[in-house]
Ligand binder design. Sequence first.
Ligand code: GLN
Ligand code: ZN
Length: 751
Amino acid sequence: MNTSVIGYPRIGKDRELKFASEKFFAGEIDENALLKVAKNIRKEDLLKQKEAGITYISSNDFSFYDNVLDTAFLFNIIPQRYKDLGLSELETYFALARGYQGVKGNVKALAMKKWFNTNYHYLVPEIDDDTEISLVGNKPVNEYVEAKSLGVETKVALIGPFTFLKLAKFTGSKKIADVSEKLTGEYVKLVSVLASKGAEFIEFDEPYLVRDLDGADIDLFKSIYARILANKNGTKVLLQTYFGDIRDVYTEVIKLDFDLIGLDFFEGRKTLDLVKTNGFPADKILVAGLVNGKNIWRNDYKKTLSVLSETGTGNVVIGTSCSLLHVPYTLENETKLSDDYKKHFAFAEEKLTELSEIAQIAGSDYENSNIFKNNQKLFEGRKDSEDKDVQAKVAAITDADYVRLPVFEERERIQKEILNLPLFPTTTIGSFPQTQDVRKNRQEFKKGLKSKEDYIEFNRKKIAECIKLQEEIGLDVLVHGEFERNDMVEYFGEHLNGYVFTEKAWVQSYGTRNVKPPIIWGDVSRREPITVEWSKFAKSCTNKPVKGMLTGPVTILNWSFPREDISIKESILQIALAIRDEVLDLETNGINIIQIDEAALREKLPLRRSDWYSEYLDFAIPAFRLVHSKVKPETQIHTHMCYSEFTDIIPAIDAMDADVITFEASRSDLQILDSLKENNFKTEVGPGVYDIHSPRVPSVEEIVSALTKMRTKIEDSKLWVNPDCGLKTRGTEETVKSLTNLVAAAKQIRG
Ligand code: GLN
Ligand code: ZN
């Protein structure tokens, strides 16, 4: 059996691309030095796959920042404001990605969005009325030729025109229909150039096909590919889909002249059904995505081989379910993790081995092969992963545990009386600037260079200063500042049973930014109180209310690699019970305002709207309620969410039944406010009054004007005043100025 990989990680095994790019941005190395690092990464990635014996290896899966941006660049979809800067090609590219501020001008970056249901972000291409779509670049051609010169014959991976157009933003009067023919024509040209260089296989990535499609979408898709497939120029075309099943177009797709069709059998709940019910054409090759490109667990060969045989087609290739971009490079990097753990994991490199092993034993009497037997041993049960106590607690959860009483309105009245806050109370989201000394303190403690006492002493000093600063500024609800945390998920994971941490398992989030998600290994429970001492100390420094600060269960799960042996729902409930213990401890210790952050609530929202509630919100929202349902009526529960794209799930957010929610709004032209009003949102709200992602200090007038707009949509008695996210990435000076203006603005409107 043959094997196929949709795409490989591209940041370099030791994050070489990140470090080289950052040096390039800082002017420490020149363009050539950066190009060289990139070339080396491509070479290593290709040879790794070749060595593993992969049949279909992609070229053009590399990117300096993002491959949607690469595609825009390839077809001259570059807004004039970037061209006007008069920069070199690579610098222009980075200007679109990161913005440009310098001698040649000042432009913001393109908007960035989550890539489907992953934590990877792409840049949103902008098409305006002056855009002249034209094949001007040669990245796919160059990278194909480069691979060939290394002795690797590749399939050339392209983001398909359908997905590209559906993701692009049209800023002028033109619509998709006005440009789709032109763009398709340019793709056809590209195919012919690639063919002339000897490319045999071209892969069109069309993940958008797994979303809900309407008739117009399907027509668009068909018209694009009718033309491309009529102009194959002797190449073989692979239609590659991922992140779900293509139930809306499967029967159409198999009628078209694709030579290979790639389907996701891992996340695509209906994929196998579609193939079985409608059949798969005998003259095409099925690339079966069965090795999960999104998670780090070993593949269960028994399941995989059984699905392969159930497809009922002989023309089948075993592939990854999506690009391996979403998993770390290699377990070889993990020197501290014992083999007892490691043998259960497969990062990108180990997934290559899995593909070859599956290909090797498929079709044979595999049950007797050692490869198969060894694999199956892994699924007999894992060391320390089970905790009967936790399982019993989850099983004992009743409907009443999801309900907080008394009802919101009653609590709101009680809390107003007890907290006695002014109208338009001011607060922050939790973190204060993470200055050099704060990081150093943590690092030294972690490395054992600093005693626990000294570490705590330092943080206490910081907390005391932070409280004093907030009092001077005049904020109403204070925070301790989060100096003990490097990351809002890792910090909690470290205090929970059931978590495993890696050293170098980095995954690209966007551009040069990578994340290192912890792994949920087993049943989760709280080992010890996590934040209580810090919050208690902060409270002892002031007479003002101090808000406790926790990360919620949905976010903790969504920013970890989840288990595959139990459901996500089950894991979220376990984490919810652990965080609930913390909430109740804070309350017992006199902290009567507690914020439970759910920054990543939307992350795992299904791609199909019809699945939103049944597949996700119906358990994620109750899990949040489980965390706070047992607190007293006078304890005020806050939550915070980033990425304001939640206009469409407002009722679900209200159903979290928090008392106050703060969120990012300053960048989304306050459109969300209309939606709050329309939905009769009951929860008190603090839409961020300024953007903390920029060092700019907002003026008092600016904040007053934002608040004035908010007051037209939100009752005065429900409006809070706060920045739109934590302040950890900001400098101290700008933070003090901004918050001072924020308090002045609140006072002004109170007056
Ligand atoms: N409490 C966190 C902070 O202030 C929230 C971070 C986030 O929303 N991403 O940093
Ligand atoms: Zn935030």
